[in-house]
Design a protein around this ligand. Structure first.
Ligand SMILES: [Mn+2]
Length: 315
């Protein structure tokens, strides 16, 4: 076979070739004609509770996304062929000043949404979801939110943003519809009694890991779908929702979570929704082993992109 002098983005490209964009998508800051933009937010300034390093997340996920060839048999979609998917690169961030970083995340996201492009964000610690929800709520109104995590992230003891309270602050600021906010996979030792009640007090439907496993993945997905209904929905996936045996590369791991297959199974059950945005956060390559967390994260991001594609077909 005679090789062409230049690959184009739909050619078969060996996974070790070239500059590592997400799944080999073309890099551009111009999203005017794009359906979906992959956006990195390399930030760990909000990781106040334990180990920093999620600033390395987006690059590692991109590098480990290149052997995802493109067709999703389970959802029957080939998103890069059916839609224009671009890799925007990263939000420009001020690492020392989290408030300024959050402003840039909102401003960049708003500019992308303004071009009628949907955004899939690669974090970054979970604090980034507050400014992301702000930009999406400004366009769509208060959002239904599917929040998959081991932690509630609705701690109300701090006024300033960090990765333990983005959903409390987003609820306080009116970005989330309290009737359609669901937390999935909650577990682990808590800092004090009443954390789940604290989440419930602001409207969260808290599905603990016990309830998840008692239901099983298809029934869990159905419960999630019923809770958000036909509202505009944002999906926020914290990689620590997965068990650290499968995803050790994260800042605050909690044992006893989903297997990688259970997480894939759950996501593949979330069809039939009106998805307007998604993020995947808390990947910390500094604690990874053989890139297994970044490889899983890249595959979960692919599933999210496919879900967004299925949703875009229908809405
Ligand atoms: Mn979280």
């Amino acid at each position: 076979m005679k090789l062409p002098l230049h690959y184009n983005e739909h050619d078969f490209i060996p996974a070790y070739h070239g500059i590592a964009t997400f799944m080999g998508c073309a890099h551009t800051r111009n999203t005017a004609d794009a359906d979906f933009a992959i956006v990195g937010v390399p930030l760990d300034s909000g990781a106040a509770s334990w180990r920093s390093g999620t600033r390395q997340g987006p690059r590692s996920i991109r590098e480990n996304s290149l052997q995802i060839w493109g067709h999703n048999r389970h959802l029957n979609i080939t998103p890069k062929r059916e839609f224009k998917v671009v890799d925007f690169g990263d939000v420009v961030l001020e690492p020392i000043n989290l408030a300024e970083a959050a402003e840039n995340i909102t401003a960049t996201t708003s500019a992308i949404l303004e071009t009628n492009t949907q955004q899939l964000t690669l974090g970054g610690d979970h604090s980034i979801t507050h400014p992301l929800l702000k930009a999406h709520a400004e366009k769509y109104g208060p959002l239904a939110v599917i929040h998959i995590d081991s932690h509630t992230d609705t701690y109300q003891n701090l006024e300033y943003l960090e990765h333990g309270n983005p959903f409390w602050l987003a609820m306080r600021d009116g970005y989330i519809d309290p009737a359609a906010y669901i937390q999935v996979g909650i577990r682990g030792p808590q800092s004090e009694p009443g954390e789940i009640e604290e989440a419930q007090s602001i409207g969260a439907r808290v599905v603990t890991i016990e309830e998840c496993f008692e239901l099983g993945m298809p029934a869990l997905a159905e419960l999630v779908r019923q809770h958000v209904g036909d509202r505009a929905v944002y999906i926020s996936l914290d990689i620590d929702g997965v068990d650290p045996a499968y995803a050790p590369g994260t800042g605050t791991p909690e044992v006893g979570g989903f297997t990688s297959f259970q997480m894939l199974w759950l996501l593949r059950g979330l069809t039939g929704l009106n998805i307007v945005g998604a993020d995947l956060v808390e990947v910390n390559p500094l604690y990874d082993a053989g890139a297994m967390t970044s490889i899983l994260a890249a595959n979960l991001a692919f599933e999210l992109l496919c879900l967004m594609g299925v949703s875009k077909r229908e809405n």
